[in-house]
Design a protein around this ligand. Sequence first.
Ligand code: GLV
Length: 321
Amino acid sequence: MTSPAGHVYLSRLLTDGAMARLHQLGRPLVIGEENPPTRAALEDGFAGACAAVVTLTERVDAELLACAGNGLQVVANVAVGYDNIDVAAASAAGVTVTNTPGVLDNATADHTFALVLAATRRVVDGDRFLRTRQPWIWGPRMFTGLDVSAGATLGILGFGRIGRAVARRAHAFDMTVLATSRHRTSGVDDGVRFVDTDTLLADSDVVCVLTPLTPQTRHLIDAAALARMKPTAYLVNTARGGVVDEAALVDALTAGHIAGAALDVFENEPHVNPALLDVPNLVLTPHIASAGAATRDAMGILAVDNVAAVLAGRPALTPVR
Ligand code: GLV
């Protein structure tokens, strides 16, 4: 197979390691900037490209794919989630779509667990309190939270690679681990008990949302799901904002239907629903769960390696199925 003509388009600057790998491709490059491209710049970048490396801030739809012309072979997403890409439209156009599974499991699980501990042990509340500069002294009732290591139950909604990595951390904290999976609804494997969603919501002290965003999982955590949780339970979302109905979460937190929550992802990123900012028992981070420096290098390098494979006529390393 002959190499396709055209440039490789990169929508946003990646980390140094990934940029170095991109330059090693030895292809003409069109490189975007630090910030996300405008739609017009994105369309310009796709026009005539043989490959595109994009991030989760770029919406790759049928119209954009059409801008590329016939030479586009691969769109490589620098993320494990790919709800920003119309995969059906890409397949119909004969374009391979790839993502970056595996390389971010530990970083994402670390951040998920950081949020579990931050929310349950009131790390951010304590930090905010000290910054008010008001006088304080140690007290037996001060900032008490959930003892995760005293037999608390952690529920993983969506047990994939990252869920498995979160389970390993939970086991190290002596937690009981429940999970939901598309592949099984009962039984125990490696200390993880598989249950249905309602059981997981009702029985967990901490619910971690790790399921991809699909039409089936949009607002999986709605008012009814939150009502099933214990009033002492916490919700942590490091998957995609759209899986949680933010308005329902604000209501549940305000009414004390659950004890607290932590969100790394938001329904309308980068917009953050202002009501979330006024809820005290909520920890927020700006979509940084995979932001270990080495992990971000590895994600970008895997995306570029996917491009290299496809342009050389080999199978993609991590195609989206
Ligand atoms: C980050 O959110 C990712 O999907 O990799």
